[in-house]
Write a protein that binds this ligand. Sequence first.
Ligand code: LLP
Length: 381
Amino acid sequence: MFPIDKFINRPTPFYYYDLALLRRTLDVIKETAAVNSAFSVHYAVKANANPLVLDQICRAGLGIDAVSGGEIERAIECGFAPDTIVFAGVGKNDNEINMALNAGIACFNVESLPELEVISDLAVKAGKVARIALRVNPNIDAHTHHYITTGLSENKFGISRELLMPVVRRAIELPGVEFMGLHFHIGSQLTDMEPYRMLCDTINQMQDEFEKEGIAIKSINVGGGLGIDYDNPDKNPISDFKGYFDTFNNGLKLREGQSVHFELGRSVVGQCGSLITRVLYVKKGLAKQFAIVDAGFTELIRPALYQAHHEIENISAAPGSPMETYDVVGPICESSDTFDKDVELPVTHRGDLLALRSAGAYGEIMASGYNCRRLPQSYAD
Ligand code: LLP
């Protein structure tokens, strides 16, 4: 399935993107999100901002969820219309806010009262009115890795339900902002729909409360978080988008004219990307055999940072080669620079290419220059 002859002479490591799989994924997203005409999907560009990837997503008609001025600029450069961009993040600086105001983005997802006041001030100075949604911290446990759980009251994100109403009232009275509605995001890599059902219940309750107060909600943003199958990328290359959108379609009690926004990142791009790396040395230790490769956590930090599992394949090995066990490790001077331990691979030699699968999301974009390494190149086909 990899165009291996096109890989042979490329300098490694590099990211490879299977654009045909990305297009198939985008088709499924469009088909299944169409279950409700109020639904619109914003791609969370934090997952992957490679222009070749963004180009496909732009052509498919998705909007953008951005978390920095740089992401907004990248999205606009790649052809996304500013009025499809929503802008989240707990720490937006003044330059970013001004840039987003000037660009005319769709909505700011506001995470605190002081941020709300600054956006209103800057908008008034610019002679504009900023559309805003308030990010609610719904205190729902997404049961995912603690680093990527965001919707608990101990997390820094959003405003707790108990503290929300005064902020909504302030938003309604401030001159530089227009209150559009509520924003949520409970976490990432969710493979079970139950937390999303709980989120729908919370939103329904909150809508009732707001109605009693006579406050209209025009838009509801439910964030992202749909997971991918890291263990079986070939068997399940496309996430359960139908189950996901149906959960919201069945669970949310929408009012006339409301729009619902989704911010999907990982599930859009995760499976179309692989990190391709070359084996530098096979080293036999006392207890272990190491395949030392030329990529490290500088290119893919997920295993070191979240103990994440990525399937590893030797894509150079002849079919039917006998299997052996390796720890697949990188060249960085830290023990955490290990992609996986005790991996069964066909007998592996210096020069073989390995593919680290399901690396399209939070792979290339999280690369660093630690050890003065160059950022990875990419190749899309
Ligand atoms: N919306 C908001 C407000 C978010 O914070 C995130 C992700 C998303 C949407 C997109 O979530 P997704 O659909 O991709 O799950 N680097 C970590 C993941 C961090 C996710 C941060 N927020 C990883 O490699 O697993």
